[in-house]
Design a protein around this ligand. Structure first.
Ligand SMILES: C[S@@+](CC[C@H](N)C(=O)[O-])C[C@H]1O[C@@H](n2cnc3c(N)ncnc32)[C@H](O)[C@@H]1O
Length: 512
């Protein structure tokens, strides 16, 4: 696994800056209380309120205010924002402005890794909350601002709303932290605006949301994603999925020996779900500190992600090619079940992680770093699992950044690759052998529709329908009319939900 690296060469961070520059600003005092009765400050764009909205534009009193605040500046000292909030603001810029995946942004953010474990958890929670509720927060902001602030200031405001409305931070602390964050990030000129907007939302947020029909379930999905899900699952089911996506998901631990699942549930303070999963609410300080991690007794894998490999049935002693294998969740499952596994993936960095994971788990597999569009195995496998690259929209509750980074045209691009990979996979299994095709996507285009089209176009295979009995208890509803597996985050919602997955079992025609 790659370690944290410095991000030199990137744009200046919002991180706490030392000195007067960082302390310039508004009427906030070190104790967090305002000195001025009304929101004011050095802000050159903040102009007070009109028609109930907080105005931008130049104030007639601008010069006076600037002089007054400059004079007062030297006498004031301001608190730095909490380190977790400073890091959270930078991560939001990485994800929303630079389009970086959240996990990558976190992995390479030196400041994040310098935080103590609790602060790391807090920073991640703040960012995830904003990403989960950005649509709703932005609508709320639009009710009190006459126009959006620069994006960096919008991130500060979104973090403030996350504090106020989701994370139960006391109002004064939430507003004060946001103001400090604005000042430390070189947005001192907008600190008054931040203060005014958040104070208004603290006081009237519920009423504003009600008056403007702002709904967490309806407002937090990009339009194209909602349209796609409504077409596949209907409005009601889409709402149920959207509801689950608002919550922090549990952590699912897949135990190496299914017979030990109850014992591990007790040791880890979780509960057993599915066939071999222990579900825990959180892992303070990271999963690698939990009992059993170092000795390789389990790995982290969402409940739904354990299902596709089950479609291959008993794999003991069988030669199985795990295609698109890294970082190895399904490889581990197959190897632990006694298969002779060759794991193939084109990404060397992810393959390093696969090798590390197998070493930790004490599992032996052959790992091959290669592009599956050109790789030719020397012998044909008894069975193949293809966990194709996809939009990942089924994993939004764990990766809320995907909602804002994926576009519908990317899904279309991926389906061409997925079909090519499926065609290639079918040539790697013996005639009569099984191929399971899976994606962690909720898009029918990457699942049901893709398989239907591939079969129609003459893919050398037929479906082998799955029956409910093959799945763990309470999962029968995940089998569709064609005997394919379709899970959504709303399934088992009362027990914490699961990722959205599609999987189909195909048999290569025996006469081919
Ligand atoms: C959904 S992830 C796999 C997750 C993995 N099966 C697991 O359970 O941990 C998809 C993988 O496909 C790999 N991939 C994408 N295109 C590929 C190609 N043409 N050849 C080989 N691997 C590819 C990516 O590197 C990525 O690791």
């Amino acid at each position: 696994m790659t370690g944290p690296q410095d991000r030199s060469g990137q744009r200046p961070p919002v991180a706490p800056r030392q000195g007067a520059d960082a302390r310039r600003g508004t009427g906030h005092r070190p104790d967090g209380r305002r000195q001025d009765p009304a929101p004011q400050g050095t802000d050159r764009t903040y102009q007070g309120e009109r028609d109930g909205r907080i105005q931008g534009g130049k104030s007639r009193n601008d010069r006076y205010r600037a002089q007054r605040d400059r004079a007062a500046e030297g006498a004031r000292s301001f608190r730095e924002p909490t380190p977790s909030r400073a890091v959270a603001a930078e991560l939001l810029m990485d994800v929303l402005d630079d389009g970086r995946p959240l996990d990558d942004a976190i992995a390479t953010h030196a400041g994040f890794h310098k935080l103590d474990p609790r602060a790391r958890g807090h920073a991640r929670m703040l960012v995830a909350t904003v990403l989960r509720r950005k649509g709703e927060f932005d609508r709320l902001l639009a009710t009190v601002m006459d126009r959006p602030a620069p994006e960096k200031a919008m991130h500060v405001l979104r973090l403030g709303i996350a504090d106020l409305r989701v994370l139960n931070t006391p109002d004064h602390a939430a507003v004060d932290n946001a103001v400090c964050l604005a000042q430390a990030g070189g947005l001192g000129g907008l600190a008054g605006l931040v203060n005014a907007v958040l104070r208004r939302i603290a006081a009237e947020g519920d009423a504003l949301a009600e008056r403007h029909g702002i709904s967490p379930v309806r407002d937090n999905l990009p339009r194209w994603l909602r349209a796609s899900w409504e077409a596949s699952y209907g409005v009601e089911a889409t709402d149920a999925i959207a509801e689950v996506l608002l919550r922090e998901p549990p952590i699912d631990i897949c135990v190496a020996k299914p017979r030990d699942v109850a014992a591990w549930a007790e040791r880890l303070g979780g509960r057993a779900v599915g066939a071999r999963t222990v579900r825990i609410e959180r892992a303070e300080g990271g999963v690698d500190r939990l009992e059993g991690f170092a000795e390789g007794a389990w790995w982290v894998q969402d409940l739904a992600a354990t299902l596709p490999a089950m479609l291959l049935g008993d794999v003991r002693g069988k030669v199985v090619y795990d295609l698109c294998a890294a970082p190895g969740g399904k490889t581990a499952q197959l190897a632990a079940a006694g298969a002779v596994v060759t794991a193939v993936d084109r990404n060397p960095r992810r393959m390093m992680r696969l090798d590390e994971n197998m070493a930790r788990l004490g599992l032996t597999v052959t790992s091959v770093t290669a592009d599956l569009l050109t790789w030719k195995p020397e012998t044909l496998a008894d069975a193949v699992l293809l966990d194709a690259p996809c939009s990942g929209t089924g994993t939004l509750r764990r990766r809320p950044d995907l909602a804002w980074s994926k576009r519908p045209d990317q899904v279309a691009e991926l389906t061409a690759l997925q079909e090519d990979l499926l065609t290639a996979a079918m040539t790697m299994v013996k005639p009569g052998g099984l191929v399971v095709y899976a994606t962690c996507s909720l898009e029918a285009a990457e699942g049901e529709a893709l398989v239907a089209r591939a079969l129609q176009r003459g893919l050398n295979a037929e479906r082998v329908p799955l029956v409910a009995d093959e799945l763990p208890a309470r999962m029968g509803m995940a089998v569709n009319a064609l005997g394919e597996l379709r899970t959504t985050p709303a399934m088992l919602a009362d027990a914490g939900g699961m990722d959205g997955f599609f999987a189909v079992r195909l048999r290569r025609r025996a006469d081919s």
